[in-house]
Write a protein that binds this ligand. Structure first.
Ligand SMILES: [Fe+2]
Ligand SMILES: [Fe+2]
Length: 188
């Protein structure tokens, strides 16, 4: 009796955990797509920046399609903030790109730093959950995405994100915005 109650309790906990992870990660990938789309709308015709942004955007499209599949597979309720996230992210992409190449890269650096850490935190959270094939799949996906995001971070730094005007302020504001967004999408 106690055991079956414990099992039910564990199963419920696991369900809530997976649900929250997929909801927030899908929202994050959606936001990333719109940021790159905004940057591309402004800098797409620039030979160097255009292809750089396009390449990262292509990876975000793959990330989003994986998250879309997981959302369906696990019947996860999408965040109610999807439309807001799209608009805010597109505006962030456009406005940083209008400030110049380096500010666009500073935006990427700030966003990918927070997302990389966020994926890392999730992996730590899932570390103790073992012996479950679905969770193992999820861990593999998150680890792969984390590595891609950290690659985007490196690309941004290589392309002089840190030379952006008011780099420290820009990073702090965008980074804080991402943290708030992550927190909101877990709950709403
Ligand atoms: Fe991504
Ligand atoms: Fe990324």
């Amino acid at each position: 009796m106690v055991n079956s109650w414990q099992n039910m309790h564990l199963e419920r906990k696991r369900h809530v955990l997976v649900d929250n992870i997929i909801r927030v990660d899908r929202a994050g990938e959606l936001a990333a797509n719109w940021i790159y789309s905004g940057q591309h709308a402004v800098l797409g015709s620039d030979v160097k920046m255009g292809s750089l942004i396009q390449n990262m955007w292509e990876q975000e499209k793959k990330h989003l399609s994986v998250m879309d599949k997981l959302q369906l597979q696990y019947r996860v309720r999408p965040t109610a903030l999807s439309d807001v996230a799209k608009g805010v992210s597109f505006a962030l992409g456009v406005s940083t790109a209008l400030m110049g190449n380096e500010a666009a890269m500073a935006c990427t650096e700030a966003v990918e730093t927070v997302i990389g850490e966020h994926y890392d935190d999730q992996l730590k959270e899932l570390e103790s959950v073992t012996g479950d094939d679905e969770i193992e799949d999820l861990k593999r996906i998150i680890a792969e995405f984390r590595d891609d995001e950290l690659e985007h971070l490196d690309t941004a730094v290589e392309h002089h994100s840190q030379r952006a005007p008011a780099h420290a302020l820009l990073s702090a504001v965008i980074g804080k915005g991402c943290e708030v967004a992550i927190d909101l999408c877990k709950r709403v």
